[in-house]
Design a protein around this ligand. Structure first.
Ligand SMILES: Nc1nc2c(ncn2[C@@H]2O[C@H](COP(=O)(O)OP(=O)(O)OP(=O)(O)O)[C@@H](O)[C@H]2O)c(=O)[nH]1
Ligand SMILES: [Mg+2]
Length: 300
């Protein structure tokens, strides 16, 4: 039997819907989603397989043109690596007016892949917004822009949220897979650990409940994850950069962190399908985003 396997890497600017798509493709929420840009900080693999194929999807952080902090630089290394090892690139974008999107930005994306002549599918996401937030005219302008900018590329309008054209996308990907034995043991959903998913679920709730720079100043690190037949006992530390942020996170009489804990437990239970007991501790780790050693210890 011929077996096919390929790395299908999702790349794009922040907030276009990359994580929403990978979750929808693998059928489980392995990557957190928020309304705010720069939510995803890691490269996260989502793997699906059948007896005769295995597709390794990669979610990646949104492209930052001028990364400033060491953390942002590491995030962009994940994107670069993902461009290097892709067998197929899904470049995701949205309908927009193009005055910000200077062409020079795209050499970052196109150079590594065009040299290797690998297929790129341009996904125009959020087409469910046509007629609501975006005009049909803008939709056709967007298609036209990409046709002119990357001639011969495949362009597919989709909605990751509403699963519009997902079957079409899957069929295109299946048609492009290369003959190769499976890269990972069959049945593995992701390369990430159980602790990683806990960290991310808590981080998603922080994005939801806190404002401004707080979610960006936070890192979650799960110190303890003990699972038995019935329940999981978890202890996670939440690191912020300053004392003032710690106070905000905890809130008056601990009200804010209690709410965070409550909603985190709900989702962690849903993810692992087990009862969860969760202890949270808020700590200050000054300027962790700028400290390579700290970043390394957090798994970057
Ligand atoms: N209307 C609509 N909204 C969408 C669609 N796909 C994603 N979104 C929304 O867009 C926002 C960003 O989605 P994400 O999946 O987190 O985007 P991302 O590209 O992973 O963002 P970063 O990780 O920050 O780079 C969320 O509010 C999603 O609900 C879609 O097809 N239609
Ligand atoms: Mg994301």
């Amino acid at each position: 039997m011929i077996h096919k396997s390929s790395f299908v890497n999702i790349i794009g600017f922040p907030n276009v819907g990359k994580s929403t798509l990978i979750n929808s493709l693998v059928g489980k929420k392995i990557s957190i989603i928020t309304k705010k840009p720069q939510t995803t900080r890691h490269r996260i693999l989502g793997i699906i397989d059948e007896s005769d194929f295995q597709i390794i999807f990669s979610d990646t952080p949104g492209i930052i043109i001028n990364p400033i902090s060491p953390m942002q630089r590491i995030m962009m290394q994940y994107v670069e690596k993902s461009l290097e090892d892709a067998d197929i690139v899904l470049f995701m974008t949205e309908m927009r007016k193009f005055h910000f999107m200077e062409k020079k930005y795209f050499s970052f994306i196109l150079n590594p892949i065009q040299n290797r002549n690998i297929p790129i599918i341009i996904l125009i996401n959020k087409i469910d917004k046509i007629g609501i937030e975006y005009s049909e005219k803008l939709f056709y302008e967007t298609i036209d822009y990409w046709h002119k900018f990357i001639p011969n590329s495949e362009i597919l309008p989709i909605s990751a949220l509403k699963k519009i054209n997902q079957d079409l996308l899957m069929n295109k990907i299946l048609g492009l897979l290369s003959e190769h034995p499976p890269y990972y043991p069959k049945g593995i959903l992701s390369d990430k650990s159980e602790r990683f998913f806990v960290n991310e679920i808590i981080r998603e709730k922080i994005f939801f409940f806190y404002y401004k720079e707080i979610p960006y100043s936070v890192e979650v690190f799960t110190e303890k994850f003990n699972k038995n037949e019935i329940e999981i006992d978890i202890f996670s530390s939440i690191y912020v950069e300053r004392d003032s942020q710690k106070n905000i996170l905890i809130g008056n009489n601990g009200n804010s962190v209690r709410k965070l804990r409550f909603f985190s437990i709900k989702e962690i239970e849903d993810f692992f399908k087990k009862k969860v007991s969760l202890k949270l501790d808020v700590k200050v780790c000054k300027n962790w985003r700028s400290n390579y050693n700290k970043l390394k210890s957090f798994g970057y």
